[in-house]
Design a protein around this ligand. Structure first.
Ligand code: GCO
Length: 264
């Protein structure tokens, strides 16, 4: 009898911030692998409605909710509502995040704290409250969206790097505390991807665009669909003994020191 280790039929997946970009791409991957998809936005019902329509246009069963991942009472209420209206959450992808690009010297403390709150405390809040049900039900899958900045610094993204570095270690701690409950907690670390978040530094001729094209062995920006394989793997039976691992989907950036710009 052949088994499909990557089949997500019958599973319910919550992808926070899955109304566009990388979150939507990963959610579509899980949906096409059989999962029911639940997404949220922190404030825009229109964004939720448009996303659900897009999922449904691809034959994916999808549901949308409005809640702020940094507001624990709103998160608890949303989880309860989801688990009544859709079903128990088997897979959680903590994808919702923000970035503020400002040099440390010029950065307001409030802006630093805002990034930490959404990108690090948010995944803590959502995971803690989703994991309670997973523990009761005998297991689940949690994926935290880390980053190149979980490993490397870059001018102007100190808050984001601090959050994503912390999220890497929070992932390892979740794995440490919850593996005994058959919850596999891992991370995905995207390299540089073509999204709205990177649009300002990706325009042709922008020095950063040229830099990334040279710094990435694959010689291109990532396409959001490039994340679907890692997301399906870490959401499926295929990763039942994988814990605390960050899968970097980066075109090889972390594998290399790079090369002089005049070398092919
Ligand atoms: C930046 C980019 C990065 C990428 C991604 C890399 O300003 O350096 O926005 O943060 O978005 O997180 O993994």
């Amino acid at each position: 009898m052949s088994i499909n280790l990557f089949d997500l039929t019958g599973k319910t997946a919550l992808i926070t911030g899955g109304v566009h970009g990388l979150g939507m791409a990963m959610a579509k991957g899980l949906g096409h692998a059989g999962a029911k998809i639940v997404v949220n936005d922190h404030s825009s019902q229109e964004a939720v409605n448009n996303a659900i329509a897009e999922y449904k246009s691809e034959g994916i069963e999808a549901y949308g909710y409005l809640f702020d991942v940094t507001d624990e009472s709103a998160v608890i209420a949303a989880i309860n509502k989801i688990e009544v209206e859709v079903g128990p959450i088997d897979i959680l992808i903590n994808n919702a995040g923000i970035i503020k690009r400002t040099p440390i010297i010029e950065m307001e403390v409030a802006d630093f704290e805002a990034v930490i709150k959404v990108d690090l405390t948010g995944p803590f809040i959502v995971s803690k409250n989703v994991a309670k049900g997973m523990i009761q039900r005998g297991g689940g899958k949690i994926i935290n969206m880390c980053s190149m900045m979980s490993e490397l610094g870059r001018d102007s993204v100190s808050a984001y790097a601090s959050a994503k570095g912390g999220l890497k270690m929070l992932t390892k701690n979740m794995a440490t505390e919850w593996a005994k409950f058959n919850i596999q907690t891992n991370g995905i670390g995207p390299g540089y991807f073509a999204t709205s978040q990177t649009a300002p530094i990706r325009v042709n001729g922008h020095p950063f665009n040229e830099f990334i094209m040279g710094r990435t062995p694959a010689g291109r920006w990532g396409d959001p669909d490039d994340l679907q394989g890692a997301a399906i793997f870490l959401s499926s039976k295929a990763s039942d003994f994988v814990n605390g691992h960050i899968v970097y989907v980066d075109g090889g950036i972390l594998a290399t020191i790079g090369k002089p710009s005049n070398e092919d």
